[in-house]
Design a protein around this ligand. Structure first.
Ligand code: AMP
Length: 170
């Protein structure tokens, strides 16, 4: 199955100059959803995973599905101010300015093996901040897993000390 047939380019969204990779055509197609889930699981192989950490918000589509299949828990990383309990924070850089990501302080136990999942790896700033959060809690980042990697932005370099695996490369 050619998954790229189910990814739609939206020009100038959410702002001018960005080509947004819309994955909703893949999500709404039963076969594409099923096959892409299996392919994302194949990227993990038989590595033991305790928790899958997904990034707000499009990381939330697949991360819990992967967690279920891997017999792991799911942990959300959210934008500032959304989590109700005591959280750790990490600033990360955007194209213009900075933003903050948060994770519940009790969500990962020291030594737990973590799979990170997001829909798109672009500049890598988001994934790098999530790796920092996990390591501050003593978690072990086993792999960073993406549906789509935008190769021309070299995001994998920002997380080069971890295995990075993506289903699709553009
Ligand atoms: P970055 O931190 O630059 O790697 O950006 C990754 C985050 O921004 C991910 O959570 C993506 O959902 C989102 N993102 C960045 N670029 C795109 C794009 N071209 N299409 C869709 N989502 C994107």
């Amino acid at each position: 199955m050619n998954f790229s047939d189910y990814i739609r380019d939206i020009k100038d969204f959410p702002k001018e100059g960005i080509v947004f990779k819309d994955i909703t055509p893949l999500l709404k197609d039963a076969k594409a959803l099923n096959e892409s889930t299996k392919a994302l699981l194949n990227l993990v192989g038989n590595q033991k995973i305790d928790k899958v950490v997904g990034m707000e918000s499009r990381g939330f589509f697949f991360a819990p599905i992967l967690a279920l299949a891997l017999n792991a828990g799911f942990v959300p990383v959210r934008k500032a101010g959304k989590l109700p309990c005591t959280s750790l924070k990490e600033a990360y850089s955007l194209e213009y300015g900075n933003d903050v990501l948060e994770i519940h302080a009790d969500s990962i136990i020291k030594g737990e093996r973590i799979l990170i999942h997001d829909d798109v790896l672009a500049t890598g700033g988001t994934a790098a901040a999530v790796c920092r959060l996990i390591e501050r809690m003593g978690g072990v980042v086993v792999q960073c897993n993406f549906l789509i990697e935008l190769d021309f932005l070299n995001g994998a370099q920002k997380i080069e000390k971890y295995p990075v695996k993506s289903l699709l490369h553009f």
